[in-house]
Design a protein around this ligand. Sequence first.
Ligand code: PMT
Length: 313
Amino acid sequence: MAALCWEEFYRENPEPKHISFVKSQITEFCEKYRREQIPVVLVTSGGTTVPLEHNTVRYIDNFSAGTRGAASTEYFLTHGYAVIFLHRSKSLEPFTRHFPSSSLLEVLHIAHDHHGKDCIAVASDKVKDLLPVLQAYQTTRSSGKLLILSFTTLSEYLHMLRVAAEALQPLGRKALLYLAAAVSDFYVPHENMAVHKIHSSEGPLNLQLQLVPKLLQPLVRFWVPDAFVTSFKLETDEGILLEKAYQALQKYGHKLVIANQLHNRKQKVVLVSQEKQVPIVMTEEEMRQGKEIEEKIVLELTSLHTKFLHEIA
Ligand code: PMT
């Protein structure tokens, strides 16, 4: 069965309850930076879920830890961008990603203040790791340039994506979209979903998943026609990766596809545009030093965006 058209998808899958609050937050954020002439990037991150029941016990998930989006957000901030970080709830977030909860208590130790009372201090061997992150975090907090929003389901994500894209429209070319979220292509339509937990006593579960319409199409054509839109293409088969990236460019007419493979996504990506392919590769030495590929991706992307801003519209 063919996918619904995107308008039908939005009609049939209700908005999340807090959508008007989200909309006012994003609109206010975009309006502030439009007035200040500061570029704004929408970073999407993490995987969407497809619930099987309205009272959800089971769901299908898309793979993504959220590293790409969370790390890239930090680098966009260092390049002066204001960032809307739309991420899967409980996936990695900028700054806190450096301190997984399992190692959080390792960073602290019990000390004594000058009255001899117990207090908590950062272990001296951890200061060099913590200090730059804390400095960057505090700079971002006081600048107000980071808006963090979260989604869980596919439907929440797609509703929030549209609201965010529409709010970015007034920024014109100054808006950059960096769609790194891993978005499901299949779902259970709202009206076909079981209300309560599906029971095994009813026998084997036969699932028929419907196709999700590709939202890149209305996004590029109607919601942010002037923005610099970058999507990601994830494949596990290297043989088809670049071909798929070109197909996406052709079909949606956006600026750039960042092609990556699941197994080596932290070492290699290819920036594919109509004009050229730019591979970005991490050397063994860079990996050993703990450098991140997102630093290079964002450097290249912000420079492409700057060039785009200076082209005659
Ligand atoms: O988070 P990490 O663990 O660091 O991993 C990062 C990553 C591998 C998830 C990331 O780099 C990546 O590749 N993200 C995109 C994965 C993906 O869903 O690819 P896709 O081929 O299914 O979709 C391609 C594009 O179409 C995406 O930009 C998506 O936003 C868009 N899309 C997808 C489905 C849909 N219904 N509508 C869409 O517009």
